[in-house]
Design a binder for this molecule. Sequence first.
Ligand SMILES: CC(=O)CC(=O)C(=O)O
Ligand SMILES: [Mg+2]
Length: 218
Amino acid sequence: MSYSKLTRFSEIGKKIIAVGRNYSEHAAELGNAVPSKPIIFLKPTSSYVKSGQAIKIPNGCSSLHHEVELGIVIDQKGCDIPESKAMDYVGGYVLALDMTARDFQDEAKKKGHPWSLAKGFDTSCPIGNFISKESLADPGNAHLWLKVNDTMKQDGNTKDMIFSIPYLISYISGYFTLEPGDLILTGTPSGVGPVTQGDVIKAGLDGISELEFKVEQK
Ligand SMILES: CC(=O)CC(=O)C(=O)O
Ligand SMILES: [Mg+2]
């Protein structure tokens, strides 16, 4: 099946591979160094949540953060993909949130533990509609924004990524075989911050995709 033909994200759902600290201003705002290699982590597919459903604050979390990100949808199987061929493996895009239990993550970082609970809890990957490859002419220069209760919190551009989309696809495929339906979250620009029960998150990409989610206690 060709994912470039898809119009609904419900038909997608294999690995979710996320990149961390891919914008230097975001690395700085959390006191982290700019990475010399991409930082990669996984989110389970049970973390997907679609428009009309709520983001649920996970049990015991006291600091749930929003992170708006451009998602790349893969539509061909491949490993060790050269950077020059990487865009041939892209079937489309999706606007996504990498919801993060920041208190869990801070504790995990201190202890050298994995980020699985901080990044992978149910509803931690809200997504908008599938965006065809043709609709987003230059994914390396796309405006990303996020508002909480109509106040702008994140206002960035994918041109500020440290590692480009072709580089990320090539790098990741050196370790994980990419398969049709996989989603790569490309990291968040600066402005991340907390949300609480009752907040409404809205986000947009280049005037071609918008999403809206309410935050609820689990
Ligand atoms: C510090 C983080 O949570 C890394 C991350 O997910 C990002 O997008 O950057
Ligand atoms: Mg992120």
